[in-house]
Write a protein that binds this ligand. Sequence first.
Ligand SMILES: Cc1ncc(COP(=O)(O)O)c(C=O)c1O
Length: 416
Amino acid sequence: MIGFSRAAEQLVCDGVPLSAIAEAEGTPVYVYSAAVLRERYRAIDRAFGSHSHRLHYALKANSTLALARTLQQLGSGADANSIWEIDLARKAGFSAADIVFTGVGKSPAELERAVPLGLKAINVESLGELARVEAIAARLGLTARVALRVNPDIDAKSHPHISTGLKINKFGIPLDDVRALFGTIGRRRSLKLVALHVHIGSQVTTTEPLARSAALVAALVAELRERHSRNAPLEYVDLGGGLGISYDGRAVPTVEEYATALVNAVAPTGLPIVIEPGRAIVGPAGALVARVIDLKPRNADSQFAVLDAGMAELMRPALYDAYHRVEPVSRRPGSEKQYELVGPICESADVVARDRLLPPLEVGDVVAIRDAGAYGSAMASNYNRHPLPAEVLVDDARWRVIRRRQTIDDMTAMES
Ligand SMILES: Cc1ncc(COP(=O)(O)O)c(C=O)c1O
């Protein structure tokens, strides 16, 4: 059995007891299963079957170098959200032609560096950005490969903070502007329109809005071909990321249902599909392992369990009220008790898990916060001067540190 499972009441990752990793590396520590990472990538890849497709792993979900490298070696492309994620992707071995550059606010300096790289596409978010890309390409005597990110005005029905497809969201180009661009872009010699792009949000847990936005992109492709046949042909459609995972055991679409929905919507165009999954690949591959550092009464029914990890190491519960399963690494005997699991940060928002029934906990116990592979380490901060935790990759029943724990000297190295 790959990933996180129980063996003799001990939580293990690919056969390695998490208690051993916590003992050796200290806590908090992120632990990843290479086997799950590979399996998730391959499952999504397989689900698209014979329809021509490419996965561009969304580095924003987790760009720790060893994980990015593992995905590159599996054949993934990369979706980078800043010039620094592009730098990271290059370090991880991705070639420029395997990187799409997304992001709602690409600065002039980022575009100056990105345009000459020869990326697979710059996913352009506004008419202004398109003009800025064009000006740089013209000055350098280059043709920039661009995709237009369409704002489809479709509700992903995810948390409002991670829904990006509505007109009121800052993302993408309004449909009318996209249509108007179709008439002129073929004459803009420094630009090559290679794709239409859509991404309506993250942690999307029904296929319907994803299928609807894919169908809308397909309809736009048809319109572009019909009305503007002079334009160079599109090479692919980029349908973004967003496939949700089950944090609490409730059903989410399978990768097959997801892929079928997208393929059916786009099949009439005959174009290859690019997707940008992040969470669905790396989320279930990681756990944040933490220690109970204090216990104290909360109310008649429950206790606070103060952990050495909280919102600095995993922002999602504080930011989105997100649910993560938490379980003791070694279960103590005795009846379950109710706990409010909180972090050590000086904010009442620093709650990791509310009102959980768990086997009895004692100070010093180690717990695992599950499904923390995506948007865990990537969103971690030094708030309260917490050092960034170590990260460990378990591969083939062996584990190694892929990022050492930050020190106070690391933290202050840029300060005077
Ligand atoms: C443009 C774009 N692509 C891909 C992703 C990855 O999304 P997810 O991790 O939900 O697959 C995001 C994140 O929201 C994004 O903004």
